[in-house]
Ligand binder design. Structure first.
Ligand SMILES: [Zn+2]
Length: 298
């Protein structure tokens, strides 16, 4: 689903990358075959490739056009970034800006950039390489970033304390994709309840990173929750106790995931995560004491 409406807000999906990522046993902390096998067939072929045994993943952003403001939610991995410990997203040469243009938007049309969290695959297009320097890609935008992620990911800040996996895969990220935004005076730091625009509210979802946030959109017929990396794959709707190996605070990430799934189920809201294949969004249905995903939600 590449275009849909949430009340008066027109939503466009902007794809950056798609591919086979890793086998479920390598992405999920806490993975068990017994937890995976019953659902493997349901996830093939759009979320899981049985031939290679790998999960499909997407890098995608969302433009939310309110009619008066154009908000870009998450900015993928970016081009030309040196990622020695995450080569799959290193030195990409994607046509992300071409895809943005085909949706009807030039970089200078974007009024607000929101990053769900500060991670290598959510801040990349914040900047682009111009004459050997990292320049803000969206020069007319204010960039809304989670305050609780700022010191945590800044290698020059003594409060910086990413976990071993996080520090490795995000090496270089703050300096090439966040610092230039701060230095350009474009950064705005958000906490729980931050109002991006009328009816578009950021809510704190800590765990995957300390500052992780979701964007709630009230809508009319449908409400939606753009949840970033609270869930990486629909298997985690069956298994909310499975974190990704990239979750910084495992216990908090599990608590947040359960709470968000509970909220999505009770509101009958669209759940729009950052990396889902298929329709790129689901609904969350209650099943017994847990949940199951509805993969065709519209
Ligand atoms: Zn991510």
């Amino acid at each position: 689903m590449d275009n849909f409406n949430l009340g008066t807000v027109r939503v466009h999906r902007i794809e950056e990358w798609r591919g086979k990522f890793s086998p479920p046993c390598e992405l999920f902390a806490g993975f068990t075959s017994a937890g995976w096998e019953p659902h493997a067939e349901e996830f093939a072929p759009e979320y899981y490739d049985p031939a290679s045994g790998k999960l499909f993943a997407f890098l995608q952003s969302w433009v939310l056009d309110t009619g008066t403001q154009r908000i870009l939610f998450d900015t993928g991995a970016g081009n030309d970034k040196d990622r020695p410990n995450l080569p799959i997203f290193g030195n990409l040469q994607s046509d992300f800006l071409g895809n943005l243009a085909r949706a009807g938007y030039q970089p200078e049309d974007i009024d607000v950039v929101v990053c769900s969290h500060i991670h290598v695959d959510h801040v990349g297009w914040n900047t682009r390489l111009v004459d050997g320097r990292w320049e803000p890609t969206f020069r007319n935008a204010r960039y809304v970033l989670p305050l609780a992620d700022r010191a945590y990911w800044d290698p020059q800040d003594e409060a910086s304390q990413p976990g071993v996996v996080g520090a490795a895969v995000n090496a270089g990220m703050f300096d090439d994709s966040v610092k230039p935004i701060i230095e350009a005076g474009l950064a705005e730091w958000a906490e729980d309840g931050f109002e991006v625009a009328d009816g578009l509210i950021l809510r704190s979802c800590p765990g995957h990173t300390p500052g992780s946030m979701m964007l709630e959109v009230a809508g009319t017929e449908h409400s939606a929750m753009f949840v970033g990396d609270v869930v990486h794959h629909p298997a985690q709707i069956y298994r909310p106790e499975w974190n990704s190996i990239f979750c910084e605070n495992p216990e908090q990430a599990r608590d947040t995931r359960r709470a968000v799934l509970e909220l999505a189920a009770s509101r009958e809201s669209l759940l729009v995560p950052a990396h889902f294949g298929g329709n790129h969004m689901v609904r969350v249905l209650r099943e017994g004491s847990g949940f199951r995903p509805l993969l065709n939600p519209l």
